[in-house]
Design a protein around this ligand. Structure first.
Ligand code: URA
Length: 238
């Protein structure tokens, strides 16, 4: 017997966290009976239904996607904005791992493997994300040192794993800074630069764990190879 929310994630329907939400909202039925208790357990012969969908075990799939600007990283949007799923023409139900801001571009993973998604998002696994930020200003040496030592955001000190100034244009007062972080706080990179009164004009995620965006075009996706998946799995702390 396993917990209902784990069973739903294992079946590839959504993450365990999302499954918990669906259970509490009364959307989940086991053998025809509505279940709203998070402690409920099921076994492999139980029929799990969410809305109209009867869940059956699906092959696990893993994709990387180069998100364009003005796209949301949810599976649906009540404001009618484009979602990452609008770019996929596959018949498996997948969902994004974590989030990127509406205006952030770059690498995001999508999968139907709930356990994998949870592991990638779990803070203690410290999965590194690399961002390239175009900012409207130039940090002084002292400010760069301060950034490297960490910035307090919403009462929590965020210490980047790495900060590299990639280029500076003194005429236009613009710099490109690469910053590697392993946390997933909302708007974390933008808030770090806000601390120095700098606006992030463009933000692109170029790396996620062992993966790099490379030459994957904006709006395109690529299914991960077994080797790429294995390397990502090896980053998970047991
Ligand atoms: N940090 C941000 O500020 N925005 C993102 O989209 C990701 C990280």
């Amino acid at each position: 017997m396993i917990r209902l929310q784990k069973a739903i994630a294992d079946l590839g329907y959504c993450s365990r966290r999302k499954a918990e939400e669906l259970i509490v909202k009364g959307k989940v039925f086991v053998n025809g009976k509505k279940i709203t208790e998070l402690g409920s357990k099921v076994n492999s012969s139980d029929e799990i239904r969410i809305g109209e969908d009867i869940l059956v075990k699906q092959e696990k799939r893993y994709f990387m996607f180069n998100k364009p600007r003005e796209v949301v990283t949810t599976t649906s949007d009540d404001k009618g904005r484009k979602t990452v799923l609008d770019y996929f023409d596959i018949d498996t139900r997948i969902y994004p791992i974590g989030r990127l801001d509406y205006d952030t571009t770059g690498l995001i993973l999508l999968t139907n493997d709930g356990e994998f998604a949870n592991a990638m998002m779990k803070p203690s696994n410290r999965i590194q994300k690399i961002y390239l930020a175009k900012v409207n200003g130039i940090l002084s040496r002292d400010e760069l040192d301060e950034l490297k030592k960490g910035i307090v955001i919403d009462k929590h000190k965020c210490v980047p794993d790495k900060v590299r100034v990639k280029s500076i244009d003194k005429n236009s007062n613009i710099s490109f800074i690469e910053i590697t972080i392993h946390e997933g706080k909302n708007h974390e990179v933008r808030k770090m630069f806000e601390h120095f009164n700098l606006d992030v004009l463009k933000l692109k995620r170029t790396g996620y764990g062992s993966l790099r965006l490379g030459n994957l075009a904006s709006g395109k996706y690529k299914e991960l190879s077994i080797k790429e998946i294995k390397v990502l799995y090896s980053l998970i702390k047991k």
